[in-house]
Design a protein around this ligand. Structure first.
Ligand SMILES: Cc1cc2nc3c(=O)[nH]c(=O)nc-3n(C[C@H](O)[C@H](O)[C@H](O)COP(=O)(O)OP(=O)(O)OC[C@H]3O[C@@H](n4cnc5c(N)ncnc54)[C@H](O)[C@@H]3O)c2cc1C
Length: 483
């Protein structure tokens, strides 16, 4: 059992060739129709969708080699449908992506299966991004260039002042030269670490506890192979195949684990807290991977969406909005942003004119809310309610979740639709949360049929109610729950 391809193992037949940087600067127009910053999920999909007609599009990407990240490996059915609508479904083919039939929640006695009506995919993020880059660069109108964007510029090509519209970018190419590109519209697709979003007045990034990832090779997931498996609790575990031979174990750390714990401490923590929760085959593979492979870590971030300032620019994907990765939903939200922006540009919504762009920006944020808020709340709720509050006893909540999911197949099917991004009604999160509380209350009454039972129910509501309320407020308050 050796390291995975992403960890420097043998070259796989599914490796996707790296797109060369188009450095024919002499062919550049004086002004581009569109500049896209970042060739990740949203940037590539947007370049592809905008490449029709006579548009000249410049896509600037910091690093065109295959990304080696453990983010974005589970594409929900909603993301698959958006890919299809954008004409990019072929990008999940020939990369050894694995079909996903639904979610499996693990509980001590019995598992709960949430079936998806449309398959999702689990995949190698880097291969998927390379396929998207290939699709974008195949258009004559798209110039894909390796370069780091260092600043946004005004329409005169100078540094932005407080009130300026965005008119272009300053970028540094691999030869170390600073270059300038001007465009009527610039779209920020520069992801979670964006250092440009602050220029558009979007600085409220919140860092949460880290996520760790381990690659288990050659392990048999048995009948759960076609499901993304969630082990709710502390830490939160998500298990899924990223290829026909590799299984990803994603670990959502509770706040008590220090992000800077040494590798030795981290391995020990994972061996003690994670391995015992797995069945034999996965446990053995996981322990071996801890010994021989790499434990990778990443701080997770949250960013509520909101309108940005300045005409001449649009901001989408993680640069605009982030949530905890527990739901595996960020790519679906990013692809939905691309689809929506494409529609709005086709409707001639104006993001350039000073007056009209105010309305267009607000309309964009409002129209993306149905899907984005639903998935943001779901992802954050899973983590906040079941993992983050290390001081509380969450045993009763786990029992409540199990009770709720076992009550009725209708609940499981409904929660599956929400998780898949196929039910875009944010208030459904509140309905499911209410169902979990009701199951919790029922369980508490059964085990303590007295005033003590009532006291415990009230305590549960007092402790968990504020968590739910904070999530609602982060999405814009109670009115935002009704799309
Ligand atoms: C631990 C973790 C696990 C996750 N797991 C999932 C999952 O299973 N499913 C899911 O749907 N989502 C998941 N996500 C979220 C998902 O990865 C993101 O939502 C998605 O990648 C966002 O796409 P994007 O286009 O906005 O950004 P990205 O895909 O990150 O692309 C940004 C691009 O911009 C480039 N860039 C940045 N700055 C510059 C610059 N100044 N100049 C030039 N280029 C620049 C970067 O190099 C990068 O290529 C996860 C996130 C984390 C943190």
């Amino acid at each position: 059992m050796g390291p995975s391809v992403a960890e420097g193992g043998p070259i796989s037949k599914f490796q996707v060739p790296t797109q060369p940087s188009n450095d024919r600067y002499w062919e550049d127009p004086d002004s581009w129709d569109l500049i896209i910053i970042g060739a990740g999920i949203s940037g590539c999909a947007l370049a592809h969708s905008q490449a029709k007609g006579k548009k000249r599009i410049l896509v600037l990407e910091r690093d065109l080699s295959q990304p080696d990240r453990f983010v974005g490996e589970f594409l929900q059915p909603a993301g698959i449908l958006k890919l299809q609508e954008l004409g990019l479904l072929h990008c999940v083919e020939d990369i050894d992506a694995q079909k996903v039939k639904g979610l499996c929640y693990h509980f001590p006695e019995k598992n709960a299966y949430l079936p998806y009506p449309v398959h999702g995919r689990c995949l190698h993020h880097g291969r998927f991004v390379q396929r998207l880059r290939t699709a974008a660069a195949a258009h004559k109108s798209v110039t894909l260039r390796q370069a780091v964007v260092t600043a946004l510029l005004n329409s005169e090509g100078k540094a932005l002042d407080a009130e300026d519209a965005v008119g272009g970018v300053l970028y540094r190419t691999t030869d170390g030269v600073q270059r300038r590109a001007m465009a009527s519209l610039t779209v920020l697709c520069d992801g979670m670490h964006s250092n440009l979003r602050a220029k558009l007045g979007r600085p409220d990034v919140m860092c949460t506890s880290p996520t760790a990832a381990v690659t288990v090779i050659g392990c048999d997931l048995g009948k759960n192979r076609d499901y993304v498996q969630l082990y709710i609790g502390e830490p939160l575990l998500i298990v899924y195949p990223i290829s026909s031979t590799e299984v990803r174990v994603m670990i959502g750390m509770p706040g008590t684990v220090k992000p800077m714990a040494t590798n030795g401490e981290m391995r020990q923590y994972l061996a003690q807290t994670v391995a015992p929760r797995f069945h034999e085959s996965l446990r053995e593979g996981f322990l071996l991977a801890l010994e021989t492979g790499t434990v990778r870590r990443l701080a997770t971030k949250r960013l509520p969406a909101g309108p940005w300032q300045r005409p001449g620019a649009v901001i989408i994907g993680d640069s605009l909005n982030m949530r905890h990765p527990a739901g595996g939903t960020g790519m679906s939200v990013a692809l939905n942003d691309v689809k929506l922006l494409t529609e709005m540009l086709e409707e001639d919504m104006d993001f350039v004119d000073r007056e009209k762009s105010v309305r267009s920006r607000a309309a964009f944020v409002s129209r993306r809310k149905a899907l984005a808020s639903t998935l943001n709340m779901l992802s954050n709720l899973v983590y906040d309610m079941f993992v983050v509050k290390e001081s509380n006893d969450r045993g009763h909540l786990l029992v409540a979740l199990q009770g709720y999911l076992m009550w009725s197949e209708a609940y499981r099917r409904s929660l599956a639709l929400v998780s898949a991004g196929l039910d875009e009604r944010p208030y459904m999160i509140l309905i499911h949360a209410a169902g979990i509380f009701a199951a919790g209350a029922w369980h508490l009454f059964l085990s303590h049929p007295s005033l003590r039972g009532l006291g415990l129910v009230l305590r549960m509501l007092r402790e968990e109610g504020p968590t739910l309320w904070q999530l609602i407020m982060a999405e814009g308050g109670p009115l935002a729950m009704i799309p």
